[in-house]
Design a protein. Sequence first.
Length: 160
Amino acid sequence: MQNVPFRKDRLIRKKRHDVHPTRGDWPEPTTCTQCGAVYTKGRWAWEERPPNANETVCPACRRIASNYPAGFVEIRGRFYREHQDEIHNLIKNVEAQQKAARPLERLMNIAENPDHTLVTTTGIHIARRIGESLARAYQGELSFQYADGEKRIRVFWKRD
């Protein structure tokens, strides 16, 4: 066996910095100029806009504007094609529930491709909930893949 020297010139991948943090040091109260969510008591909520509130664009609206999703839900299979409208309604219902409780968890887009459908979201929790709801309602195969220290998620659901 040959002795291989330690390489000092190895490639190091730089960690990609999330330009859309969900936590920040916004002064309280702060209102999102686009969606109207209010940052108060250390979190974003759907509340009435307080007088003299600071203004900014919330992380969810920033993600939507820059098309930088935190969650991806990939849906495949013949069953999906046969029940597409039903499944879209389920996805929209999950979004309504999540968005009501957590303003930063929103649906961004539903893109139809020839072999699959890709749902993008502003948060990881809504993406996981969509996958879990699909599996609970229609069975099928469900898997998750986290990336960037659990700041991004890819959910796969399939049923033939």
